[in-house]
Design a protein around this ligand. Structure first.
Ligand SMILES: Nc1ncnc2c1ncn2[C@@H]1O[C@H](COP(=O)(O)OP(=O)(O)O)[C@@H](O)[C@H]1O
Ligand SMILES: [Mg+2]
Length: 251
């Protein structure tokens, strides 16, 4: 995945002010940064849920931003996992996984079911295929959402704060699934506030603030020894929210 000179404005508000970066095949890149810095907008521009104001996005050789691109074809190769799980409440777990395969990839029922069961096993939810989403914990629902994305055989997985809506004791299971995906060589772009996950799993960490990349590099560098004051201040607020001060210099 490659993003070049990406700009996005909503009216007069410039949310992405020139973003350049790449994610190589098999690489895991974590994006960190304060609320409102443009992280979700960046992810949404990658699969054209938002149309960039200017710049280019390439995924697996296809230019997503080419006006003539078959966007459905491109989106098929990109799995997206959101903070909210977006499962169909009236369908069982198994049906949530088979429906998009049958509709979008035109797989027959037997093949879709076989693949769904394989992906459910990968996220540790084999015994939940007949449950409805409301019967599952938030962490289990998020693992179903990940399995659903994996059933589409994506070349790239985008995660937007996948554990932010979960009770703290459920976060670990979801991160464990993501860690195993990374170990299997999945290409992943992950917006997260889980610094220990980013430190252990990311090949690279990107710190965004105010619609630009302030710094990027190895996790031990960006998280362990950040070079910019904005990164340092973000990380110290994250590590110790109670220490935040309301001061006249903050806006
Ligand atoms: N559809 C939209 N219309 C107008 N403003 C938006 C829209 N989506 C996001 N924004 C604004 O863009 C900025 C960045 O948002 P976002 O990408 O969600 O940041 P983050 O994910 O880093 O918290 C925020 O100021 C937000 O209010
Ligand atoms: Mg966001």
């Amino acid at each position: 995945m490659e993003v070049r000179a990406l700009h996005k404005s909503f009216g007069t508000l410039e949310v992405l002010a020139g973003i350049d970066f790449t994610v190589a095949r098999g690489e895991v890149v974590c994006v960190i940064g304060p609320s409102g810095s443009g992280k979700s907008t960046l992810l949404r521009c990658v699969n054209l849920l938002e149309e960039p104001t200017s710049g280019t996005v390439l995924v697996a050789g296809a230019e997503v931003t080419d006006p003539d691109v078959d966007i459905d074809q491109v989106r098929r190769g990109i799995g997206m996992v959101f903070q909210s799980f977006n499962l169909f409440p009236h369908l069982t777990v198994l049906q949530n996984l088979t429906l998009p395969q049958r509709r979008v990839l035109k797989r027959d029922k037997a093949e879709a079911t076989r693949i769904a069961r394989d992906r459910l096993a990968r996220v540790g939810l084999t015994d939940k295929e007949s449950s409805y989403p409301a019967q599952l914990s938030g962490g289990q629902q998020q693992r179903v959402a990940i399995a659903r994305a994996l059933a589409m055989d994506p070349q790239l997985m985008l995660f937007d704060e996948p554990t932010s809506a979960l009770d703290p004791e459920l976060v670990g299971d979801v991160l464990a699934v993501m860690r195993s995906l990374a170990d299997e060589g999945m290409t992943m772009l992950v917006v997260t506030h889980e610094m220990s996950f980013a430190k252990e799993v990311a090949d690279r960490v990107v710190f965004m603030d105010g619609g630009v990349i302030v710094e990027e590099g190895a996790p031990e560098q960006v998280i362990g020894a950040p070079g910019h004051a904005r990164t340092q201040s973000f990380l110290s607020r994250l590590l110790d929210p109670a220490a935040a001060r309301i001061s006249p210099s903050d806006d």
